[in-house]
Design a protein around this ligand. Structure first.
Ligand code: IVH
Length: 609
């Protein structure tokens, strides 16, 4: 039966709309329609394609699910080699390379500065606007064909907004937030987490089974081009065009002087943690493309571009000992105490070893020299021991057979060791500490030490009691004075007015971090609506799966939790929702991450001005 003309037209119309909505959602982070409306269009397209399979084309938005596993990745030669970059590791080296370029050109030039994304490079080949092949960098000359994997990345357009033929080059990356989530999933399964976002991106891209890649929240960000059917005068112009074609591109900074390059280097390195992706530096490119040929190439890198690297996020240090920490849910986590080491501007003296299974897989011993990494705000991690440096003096790490805090019985639950004592004081003090975190109630002065004291002295028996603490009680605590007791009471009082997403985060529901809390707040808008929502309603939120939905429903149906919340409200906690310029806490406002943000229209992030 021939396909009716109206069906063909409807399919084309649906694809065009879905492509546009995908672009706004994934590339611009600025959804145009509701999830329900989008799902309906997708459902209709799938229905028509099922009925008329002859209409399915590889560039249809339905064709992103991943293909059956392959045995290997075929080799593909790049039409133009994908070279590397020369590195400058400090301001002095930036100056040297800058001067070399200016001398070769013989006049001042304009530079296009881009973030240097720490991921895995990839070339996408488009013929008449359709993605035909995706090839990794490989050795720069021959790469591997990973087309089925690349097709699953939502920010890789299957069809461009114009029918052009072009080779687009960029970086496959994973945001720091998704890196954290992916590692949490791996840790919960007792699998070794990825050492950094780069390994997570590369490891996810290079899966022989592209259905695994499809489940990984990867992004593709453009930084260059190979053979191109369009001519560009400047790199900054190319980036603008790439965005018009449907890609996610960085917001570049165009400058004219060495001083501006160095100023940008200082500024971006300082702001590095605010960026949603891990950056390992910035790339400085001569903006005028005509000059590229003139400047030429060395064997491995172009002379018209260089990387100005930020300080490394990995260092080596020694494990001095291991302590076992009991968390909110009773899970006992091994934490390595390290010889303090400076990583990316912060002193690291502790690093998590996650759980017993990972501890065994890592095979670290007390006294070992280990590689430690700290990517952005991610908790410092031990990557591996350097076995060659062992002296024979190292000691095996002993796994406790009772709770290190209450001495209660322990049991293994999956890869975790858990304290079974329901009223273990460590659980309550960990909950207080979590509640007071900056991202939750933000109560200054209520850290680990005070949380423990409050539980030990019986001042807090239920998490809600935090909001009923009196100055007279606090000032009797060791280390407290009249002034510090007053300050803590004031900080608690100020924190009582709290935005819904922060409140949800503060509750410490398993699997509900900052991002999920925000999704829930956006959807339900009031605490009571959230508390009474069904699992089904929660699962309709993009980004919330059945396990998390289950955990949330279970949390709110537990009488003890409902009572705690009720008590908090009785003690004056006031939960509100709504985007506002000025937060309830002085000095805190919503800001756009601005210049450094890869996507100019990305969502507002919270920060301190
Ligand atoms: S331009 C011939 N720009 O860094 C010019 N590369 O260390 C090639 N990278 O292989 C690179 N962000 O995978 C360029 N804005 C950016 C980049 C970038 C990340 C990666 C890329 C390259 C590696 C070189």
């Amino acid at each position: 039966m021939p396909v009716p003309k109206e069906v063909m037209e409807e399919v084309e119309k649906l694809r065009e709309l879905i492509r546009k909505y995908d672009y706004y959602y994934y590339v611009l982070n600025n959804p145009l329609v509701s999830d329900a409306e989008y799902d309906e269009l997708k459902r209709r397209l799938i229905e028509l394609e099922r009925k008329y399979p002859e209409l399915i084309t590889p560039d249809s938005p339905t064709q992103r699910v991943g293909a059956p596993p392959r045995k290997e990745f075929p080799n593909v030669q790049h039409s133009i080699p994908m070279l590397s970059l020369d590195d400058a590791r400090n301001e002095e080296e930036i100056r040297e390379i800058y001067e070399r370029i200016i001398k070769l050109v013989g006049r001042n030039v304009e530079f296009c500065i881009e973030p240097k994304f720490d991921g895995s490079s990839l070339e996408l080949i488009y013929e008449n606007g359709v993605l035909v092949r995706a090839v990794t960098r490989g050795d720069g000359y021959v790469g591997e064909d990973v087309t089925p994997n690349a097709r699953t990345i939502r920010t890789v357009p299957l069809r461009l907004f114009e029918d052009v033929s072009i080779e687009i080059r960029g970086e496959v990356v994973i945001s720091k937030e998704n890196f954290k989530k992916l590692n949490e999933e791996l840790i919960n399964k007792g699998e070794k987490p990825f050492a950094n976002p780069r390994n997570a991106a590369a490891g996810s891209l290079m899966q022989l089974d592209s259905r695994i890649t499809a489940q990984r929240p990867l992004d593709f960000i453009v930084w260059g081009f190979g053979k191109s059917g369009i001519k560009f005068a400047k790199q900054s112009e190319f980036l603008k065009k790439a965005e018009e074609l449907g890609f996610k591109v960085p917001k570049p900074k165009v400058v004219k002087t060495l001083e501006e390059i160095i100023e940008t280097y200082r500024e971006w390195e300082k702001e590095r943690d605010r960026y949603i992706y891990e950056l390992d530096g910035m790339v400085v490119k001569v903006n005028e493309i005509e000059l590229w040929e003139k400047l030429g190439y060395t064997a491995r890198a172009p002379r018209w571009a260089f990387a100005a690297k930020f300080k490394p996020r990995e260092k080596t240090t020694k494990i001095l000992g291991v302590v076992w920490q009991v968390g909110r849910t009773g899970i006992i986590t091994p934490v390595a105490e390290l010889q303090p080491v400076e990583i990316g501007g912060a002193t690291v003296s502790r690093a998590t070893l996650h759980n017993v299974e990972i501890l065994k897989k890592l095979g670290v011993r007390i006294g070992d020299t280990v590689v430690v990494s700290r990517a952005g705000d991610v908790i410092p991690q031990i990557i591996k021991p350097i076995e060659e440096l062992r002296t024979g003096q190292e000691r095996e790490i002993e796994i406790p057979n009772k709770c290190p805090v209450c001495g209660g019985e322990v049991a293994t639950e999956g890869p975790f060791l858990k304290c079974l004592n329901l009223s273990c004081p460590a659980k309550l003090s960990a909950s207080i500490k979590h509640l007071a975190r900056r991202e939750a109630f933000d109560i200054e002065g209520l850290g680990e030490k005070t949380s423990k004291l409050l539980v030990e002295r019986g001042l807090v028996k239920d998490i809600a009691d935090v909001f009923n603490l009196r100055k007279e009680d606090l000032k009797r605590l060791p280390g407290f004075s009249d002034v510090s007791a007053e300050q803590l009471v004031l900080a608690i009082e100020r924190a009582k007015k709290i935005r819904l997403d922060r409140f949800i985060h503060a509750l410490g529901i398993p699997g509900v971090g900052e991002a999920t809390a925000r999704l829930l707040a956006e959807k339900f808008k009031t605490l009571s609506a959230l508390m009474n929502a069904s699992k089904f309603e929660m699962m309709r939120i993009r980004g919330i799966g059945p396990e998390t939905a289950d955990a949330i429903v279970k949390f709110f149906s537990d009488e003890r939790n409902r009572n705690s919340i009720k008590k908090m409200l009785e003690y004056g906690v006031e939960v509100y929702w709504g985007e506002e310029k000025k937060g309830p806490l002085s000095g805190k406002v919503f800001v756009f991450t601005g210049e450094l943000d890869c996507c100019p229209r990305s969502k507002a992030k919270e920060g301190i001005l």
